[in-house]
Design a protein around this ligand. Structure first.
Ligand SMILES: [Zn+2]
Length: 277
């Protein structure tokens, strides 16, 4: 059950999202060809690195892709109000840019998040879908992403990664197995039992896509199974895009987690808790 203050959330009408170009984020399952879908489906089913999740207490993590300025200005502030830290995945080629749906946070925001203990993660430099990049191009793009972020944060190390558009290939998974601590997908599911380190499961936390009843069910299930529940979202605004969440929804998730005795940790800190080096 949700507490009274959580059920009072206003379900505001959501403005129609602007048409997305193929490389804008949020559109997390853009497949141009059936073969791209097949490649992704095979990749998500073949684990290269696994870890066993055995937790004393359930964990919830909040991650923000791209990430819009509002994820920093509003999302991080809400997390901090609940003594929590999140994970912010930066596509370095987009930093500070005004996009169709939002303005991407700048380098100062990245530094501020880092200073407050939030995790900054990799999201490629170009933010191109997996099927447009071969192995070498992907490796170069990932290296550019890492170099750009480390110019902003010289002490960054051992980063986690989030797949742009959630799309993966076996070759990219293998590359990430060497170059990232772990990788987050957009495949729905609770992380419990055997964890594919290169394909962490996550649910979208969006006002458009997740009802309060569904949020309650996800939190209840994670608490009952001592699992690791990962959320992903983009902008945090009173009138979020269809890829983002309202402050009320984010707050409801945080309060629901606290009431169930769940720890709210960045993906980095959750991996450490699970015992992944
Ligand atoms: Zn993205």
């Amino acid at each position: 059950m949700l507490a009274d203050h959580e059920t009072r959330i206003q379900r505001r009408p959501i403005p129609p999202a602007a048409a997305l170009s193929p490389f804008d984020d949020g559109d997390d399952a853009t497949f141009r060809r059936l073969s791209d879908r097949l490649v992704h489906t095979i990749a998500r089913r073949v684990p290269f690195r696994t870890a066993a999740i055995k937790l004393d207490r359930p964990i919830v993590s909040f991650s923000f892709d791209d990430f819009p300025a509002s994820a920093h200005e509003t999302g991080a502030r809400i997390l901090q109000d609940h003594d929590a830290q999140g994970t912010f995945y930066a596509a370095s080629g987009l930093i500070g840019q005004k996009r169709a749906l939002w303005t991407i946070a700048g380098a100062d925001a990245i530094r501020d998040l880092h200073d407050h203990g939030h995790e900054i993660g990799l999201h490629t430099h170009s933010h191109r879908p997996s099927f447009l990049m071969g192995r070498r191009q992907f490796g170069a793009d990932l290296a550019a992403n890492r170099a750009a972020l480390r110019r902003i944060l010289p002490d960054l190390a051992h980063e986690t990664f989030a797949y742009p558009f959630g799309l993966s290939t076996l070759s990219q998974k293998r590359t990430l197995g060497r170059l990232a601590r772990a990788s987050r997908s957009v495949q729905r599911g609770l992380n419990v039992g055997k964890l594919d380190l290169d394909f962490i499961r996550a649910y979208e936390l969006t006002d458009r896509g997740l009802s309060l009843d569904e949020l309650t069910q996800l939190l209840d299930d994670a608490a009952a199974r001592n699992g690791w529940l990962v959320f992903l979202t983009h902008d945090i605004a009173d009138r979020p895009t269809r890829f983002g969440a309202s402050p009320a929804l984010l707050t409801a998730a945080l309060l629901g987690a606290a009431r169930r005795g769940m720890d709210v940790l960045s993906i980095r800190d959750a991996l450490t808790r699970i015992g992944v080096s």
